[in-house]
Design a protein around this ligand. Structure first.
Ligand code: SF4
Length: 65
């Protein structure tokens, strides 16, 4: 289980995360990234998407059970 945090002030809506993990990330009406409460991508894909963010806006952590 992962905890996904998005820094909305840092997010610039460039969609690198959405392109890499489209079943987890999307943009809201303000063109800020949001993460699904039930991510549809595997952990490696989500972590790769977070690392692809050019503004370091995504933090992924393992969530305690
Ligand atoms: S890649 Fe980063 S800046 Fe781009 S939409 Fe995702 S969180 Fe926002």
């Amino acid at each position: 289980m992962l905890s996904i945090e998005i820094d909305r002030a840092a997010c610039q809506g460039e969609k690198a995360c959405v392109k890499r993990a489209p079943r987890t990330f999307s943009l809201d009406r303000e063109r800020k990234a949001i993460a699904s409460s039930e991510p549809g991508d595997d952990e490696a894909t989500i972590r790769a998407a977070a690392q692809a963010c050019p503004h370091f806006a995504i933090t992924v952590r393992a969530r305690e059970p």
